[in-house]
Design a protein around this ligand. Sequence first.
Ligand code: ADP
Ligand code: MG
Length: 362
Amino acid sequence: MNILRLSYSGYRNLLPGEFEPDSGINVIYGKNAQGKTNLLEAMWLFTGGRSFRGSKDADLISHGAPYAELNLAFFSEDREQTARIRVENGRRSASLNAIPKRSAAELIGTFCAVIFSPEHLSLVREGPAFRRNFIDSALCQIQPSYAALLTRYNHTLVQRNALLKDIPHHSELLDTLEVWDEKLARCGEEVVRGRMEYIRQIEEPAKTIYAGICENKEAFGLRYVKSADHLREALRDSRRDDLYSGHTGVGPHRDDLEITIDSQSARAFGSQGQKRSAVLALKLAEAEVLRRRTGEKPVIFLDDVMSELDSGRQDYLLNHLEDCQVFMTCCEPDTVRRLRTGKSFEMRAGRLVEQSGPKTPN
Ligand SMILES: Nc1ncnc2c1ncn2[C@@H]1O[C@H](COP(=O)(O)OP(=O)(O)O)[C@@H](O)[C@H]1O
Ligand SMILES: [Mg+2]
């Protein structure tokens, strides 16, 4: 998987432009708030997922512009392909190889990428929502049907919660709860199965990578923690509490992923260094699973992570991604100046300028 060309207009703070990245490492440097992350986000959208910044589609359009348009040429499945995304009236539409898609989500599975930013440290530091989100977005790329399943689950959950709030005022609705419990349990069990299978696939490469980053012999592990063993029964048992709180207390939206180092929770007991290594291992393992499942190496976006890693981990990361196309942003070009290959670009107030490489003597 390789980006050949990207053009953009009306996107965030980026001035209309086009760029042709290197097939190896691309460094995008510049001061804060110049548009580096916006550029990565523009490319990321072609995965069919939502903005990794959690933005609404309408936020993607440059202030005052009527619409945003992105065109991507990429090499995948042994041929050049093109995709277009247009955001207009708060809606995202897309086409692939000039054929319109019903929605941008239909691009899922065509262009694959992995994004790694300092916020990903939340994966080990913060609450379970970050980890569920990590599994869900990773799974959506390798299995588009999972994205549809997850939407169905979330939709059902919203409906059940609305019903829980209505029942105290309309007791005749109590009977309909059974139907929603049944639906929720069916979707929910499928979601859990998908996630557990994904954890099984990612654990082995993550263990190997973690061992490679840390010279000492700590063992990395993953464990999916369910909020309920048998969802159907658990929903029935928690009805009284749920009616009281107006929320559904059990189900995959309450599950967690435990990350362990030597069988101890990394979140509770890990050092800063162990946490960084654990996240790095998870992200690289995500790329590895994506490669195994699609047969293509995903494009890697490293947003501001290099300066957060010590030189040992930086080297490990770059060696590991040797044959991938990588886009990395940083403030100081010095962070990555020792990289001799690839292209570098400066982003200044939304304008991207390619820097000529170091001059070779004579
Ligand atoms: N829809 C938009 N229209 C115009 N500017 C925007 C829009 N969305 C974000 N920006 C601007 O983009 C800039 C942030 O860009 P960002 O890519 O995060 O910077 P960097 O990663 O270089 O620090 C901010 O100045 C922000 O105000
Ligand atoms: Mg940024």
